[in-house]
Ligand binder design. Structure first.
Ligand code: HEM
Length: 259
């Protein structure tokens, strides 16, 4: 969670014992690996059932060989690290925002009852716009080029800022900070004006899956329960490892719809 420790870990990368940043990181990775390799071993021994892990184990390289335990482990880490906290945090923000707009939530519920998912889609998009989970999509330039009048030499790091792009008043007038999903029903955002999943060849691999997950969960929650905030004031944005999360964990009070 600590930015100085993260920076120290990345720079030093030396195991100076379990209390040193890199030492603690290596031990945490080893503990997680134990769990994952055990899971892989057990699933290889009993491949029954339908699961992503089963599909990974069933995949073959172009030359027909099967993936090694380490390759499968790497895929699982990617799914867990890139796919879990991001979507969970985006969903937390969706509920944090919806809870503070009962009229919007009522409209959403009514549309869902009619089988209309356009507002649901807009809520997902607006959540990712106004509370992007990741703030930047960094790149290292391989050749020099000019952008917005700035000449960037080869070999430098640049970080397009998702957060600031989404807050541009010229792209999201009149109040870019307002949570107003209907804006996505009025017209599509400018290309590269909505970049919660980054862009280009390294755009998020799980964007479609994440959006699907968010829609599924929000549909289920909004149609089943009424969500109210525990406090009127919206939650502050707090960095949580690499994601920007609601400071208090998106605390809401739920009641059955109409209850
Ligand atoms: C709301 C949820 C998510 C958000 C906001 C998000 C956001 C991002 C962003 C900003 C990037 C960097 C893109 C770039 O540099 O242009 C990224 C990369 C990536 N994401 Fe996601 N992500 C989410 C969910 C997921 C899920 C569910 C998965 C997998 C199932 C996933 C897998 C990946 C992978 C593998 C990359 C690296 C792609 C590459 O470098 O080629 N993400 N994501």
């Amino acid at each position: 969670m600590s930015l100085p420790r993260l920076a120290a870990m990345a720079i030093v990368q030396r195991d100076l014992g379990p209390r040193s940043p890199w030492g603690a990181f290596k031990r945490a990775v080893a503990a997680a690996d134990d769990v994952l390799y055990d899971l892989i071993r057990r699933r290889r021994a009993d491949p029954s059932g339908d699961s992503i892990l089963g599909m990974l184990l069933g995949a073959r390289h172009d030359d027909g060989t099967q993936p090694s335990d380490q390759e499968v482990r790497d895929q699982l880490v990617t799914l867990l690290a890139a796919g879990h906290e991001t979507t969970a945090t985006a969903l937390a923000w969706a509920l944090e925002r919806l809870a503070r707009d009962p009229a919007l939530t009522a409209r959403l519920r009514a549309q869902l009852d009619d089988g209309d998912e356009r507002l649901l889609d807009a809520v997902v998009k607006e959540t990712l716009r106004v509370r992007p989970v990741l703030s930047i999509a960094p790149r290292k330039t391989v050749q020099s080029f000019t952008v917005g009048g700035w000449e960037l030499p080869a070999g430098v790091h640049v970080a397009p800022c998702i957060y600031l792009t989404h807050r541009r008043a010229d792209l999201y007038p009149p109040d870019p900070a307002a949570f107003r999903p209907e804006r996505f029903l009025e017209g599509a955002p400018e290309r590269y004006g909505w970049i919660p999943f980054g862009g280009g060849v390294r755009r998020c691999l799980g964007a479609a899956f994440a959006t699907l997950e968010m829609r599924e969960v929000l549909r289920a929650v909004v149609t089943a329960v009424d969500v109210r905030p525990d406090r009127a004031r919206g939650e502050r944005v707090r960095r949580r490892s690499v994601v920007l999360a609601p400071a208090r964990g998106a605390r809401v009070v739920v009641r059955p719809v109409g209850g």
